[in-house]
Design a protein around this ligand. Structure first.
Ligand SMILES: *Cc1c(COP(=O)(O)O)cnc(C)c1O
Length: 465
């Protein structure tokens, strides 16, 4: 045992090996020495309990390289989203356009005029980069940007309605993805929620009866992710706006997704646009940057000049402001809306949502034999029709027919569940993980969002089952 210990190389001896010198070049002295010390300590303790544990210097070095490689990988990395949900919050929501990515790249590594007015050589405002563009596109008077739409709603309520009452229809007191609930946000922002109407029906007279001298705001919230059907009645934006303005009160709309284009014209389910909300008399409208807009995570507030100015003066704005990368991506994204015919080609979100089913079907037919071959003996693969979802709070209605690869383990009955889980694990541990969805004993890959076919196929041989 003693001889086994004394035969172990020292850290200095290992450092003089050419392969270790290369690691030192890549990762520096400190990190290399730390890993070498750890490996030697592990080996020493293994030899203590198992004196005949085999080892040699080359194996030690290979382990050192493998560990340093593994530790240097980012945990945040690209995946294939084959879940069928185009705007998948857990998978990063909207994919930026090439134009937006290029704009981010351009300001990332060099200085920029983020808050510097190049005409007057004086201090500028970061919102200036998007203000004119958004106003041109939406018909609003002014705009400001914060980190996400939750922050936009929060800033709005805190600025306009602190210690005041905010009237909202009961049917619009929604929860979006767990942590965002309108009543909670309202309480945190210091506003007092006044619910009017019932879950399924709210009338103009309900709003009118709730207005008191303590009212600070009337608000409508787009009930993005659910719909009330049957005996229902709501009050339109124009009517609530009229009522609010009749009492000298502001009216705000939280649109959530807030697209700038007519979805029906694209063959998609109707979505209210920001332009409509402004035209119907909303004084402030909030919406997300990375939902249907197809840009970076951001919360955009548009509306009346003096109200936007008030929002910008709130010290919270400083805590919620976006960085230069978001600004660059957002400006480039908004720019694209000036050329509407190109949107379904150049804006990934709109391109994927409008991708023709026949094209997805053809892709499935090309992929079927490759995936079948990779899984032979383990699973059966077939093409199955399915429906993709828009996601991120848009209505979960099956209006986007798609094509899926359905993967079913060959083992039936007992053990089928474990086999299915193992298949899904194997796809998730590929160099670029593949995420699908489970449905009735099968692993489904909805191919709507698969654009990089070659990369997907080339990974198939790395699949370990
Ligand atoms: C999604 C959504 C939000 C939250 O937006 P984030 O950008 O995710 O913060 C708020 N309100 C509505 C109506 C939404 O749909």
């Amino acid at each position: 045992m003693k001889t086994a210990f004394s035969a172990l190389p020292s850290v200095d001896q290992l450092l003089s090996q050419p392969a270790v010198m290369a690691l030192r070049e890549r990762f520096g002295h400190t990190a290399t020495v730390t890993v070498l010390r750890d490996l030697l300590a592990e080996l020493r303790s293994a030899l203590k309990s198992q004196p005949d544990t085999p080892w040699d210097i080359q194996q030690l070095i290979a382990r050192c390289r493998a560990r340093m490689d593994a530790e240097s990988h980012n945990t945040l990395r690209p995946v294939f989203n084959l879940t069928g949900t185009v705007l998948h919050t857990n998978l990063g929501r909207a994919l930026l356009s090439r134009q937006a990515a290029t704009a981010v790249q351009a300001v990332m590594e060099t200085a920029s005029n983020l808050e510097f007015d190049l005409d007057s050589a004086s201090r500028g405002d970061r919102d200036d980069h998007i203000d004119r563009l958004i106003c041109e596109l939406t018909g609003a008077e002014a705009a400001t940007v914060v980190n996400n739409n939750a922050a936009a709603v929060f800033l709005l309520l805190n600025t306009i309605a602190m210690r005041k009452q905010v009237i909202v229809s009961r049917g619009e007191l929604i929860e979006i993805g767990g942590a965002f609930r309108i009543p909670d946000i309202m309480a945190r922002a210091g506003a007092k929620l006044v619910e009017v109407g019932t879950t399924n029906r709210t009338h103009a007279k309900d709003y009118a009866a709730a207005i008191t001298p303590r009212t600070g705001l009337l608000m409508k919230v787009h009930p993005s992710n659910y719909a009330i059907q049957g005996f229902t009645s709501g009050v339109g934006e124009a009517e609530v706006a009229k009522l609010a303005h009749g009492h000298d009160l502001p009216f705000a709309v939280d649109l959530g997704s807030g697209t700038l284009v007519d979805f029906v014209a694209l063959g998609l389910p109707k979505e209210p646009t920001v332009q409509e909300a402004i035209a119907q008399g909303a004084d402030l409208v909030t919406f997300s940057g990375d939902k249907l807009l197809g840009g970076p995570q951001a919360g955009i507030v548009v509306g009346k000049k003096e109200l936007i100015a008030k929002l910008k003066r709130n010290p919270l704005k400083r805590a919620l402001r976006v960085d230069k990368m978001t600004m660059a991506a957002l400006e480039a994204t908004l720019h694209q809306y000036r050329y509407p015919e190109l949107l379904t080609r150049d804006m990934p979100t709109l391109r994927l949502l409008t991708r023709p089913t026949a094209e997805i079907q053809k892709l499935a037919e090309r992929m079927l034999p490759v995936v079948q071959y990779a899984l032979s003996g383990h699973a059966q693969v077939e093409i199955r029709p399915g429906y993709s979802q828009i996601g991120s709070g848009s209505l979960p209605v099956g209006l986007l027919p798609s094509a899926c690869l359905a993967i079913t383990p060959v083992i039936k009955g007992r053990g089928a569940g474990t086999a299915l889980k193992k298949l899904a694990d194997a796809f998730r541990t590929l160099p670029r993980p593949v995420v699908g969805r489970m449905e009735e004993g099968a692993l489904l890959f909805d191919l709507r969002c698969l654009e990089n076919e070659a990369e997907f196929m080339s990974q198939m041989e790395a699949l370990t089952l």
